[in-house]
Design a binder for this molecule. Sequence first.
Ligand SMILES: [Zn+2]
Length: 195
Amino acid sequence: MEPTPKEIDEIKNILRKEGKKDATDEDARDLHYRMVALADIVIDVAVDRARKEKKLKENPDGFPLDNTYTCLLCHDSANQETGWWDKVGPLCLNCRDAVRKRVITRRDIKNKDKAMYTDWELKYYFNIHPATQRKAIRDGRLKARVVENKLGKPHLFVYLIRENQDYLPSPKPGYNRVVRPGDKKSFRAVPVKGT
Ligand SMILES: [Zn+2]
C-alpha cells in the first residue's frame, strides 16, 4: 500500500520532530511500509484472540491448540498434539492437567512474575542446580508444587513465593541483575554452592 503525498508529508514532519531533520520521501515511505506491516500483525493477533475468546465461551474447558505456542507455565513448546488453549492461554498438556488437578491455579499463572519461581528459574536467577533444589525439598526447606507428566514423573517444579516467603524474593530480580549474598531477601533456602 503506497502512502499518499499528504501522508508522506505528515510522516516527514513526525520524523523531523523526532530529530531526523533531513528526512526524505524515501524515509517516509520506508516507515509507512513498516507501520502498515506492523498494523497487519497487530490486527491478525487481535482477530485471532477474539476468535479464541468466542470459542472459549462455547468450550469453557478449552480446546486443542491450532498452532505452535510456548506453554505459559513451563515454557515448553506446545503444538496441536501436545498443547491446549486454556482460559489462561496456551498450556502444554502436563501444565493443563496440573491446573485441572488444582496443583497450580490460573491466578498464579497469570501473576507468575510475583507469585512463583520454577525450577529452571531458580537455576537461572540464583544458579541453584536442580539436584540442590530437590535436596532442599526433601529437607523441608523448600515447598514445591509438582507438575507431573503422563507417567506421573515430575515435569516441572513450581515454588510459590507465598509458601516460601522467607526465602524467595518477590518480584523476580531483573534479568540483568546479579543477586549477591547479603542482598535484602536474597535466596537463602539452599546454599548457592554445592549441597
Ligand atoms: Zn507446560
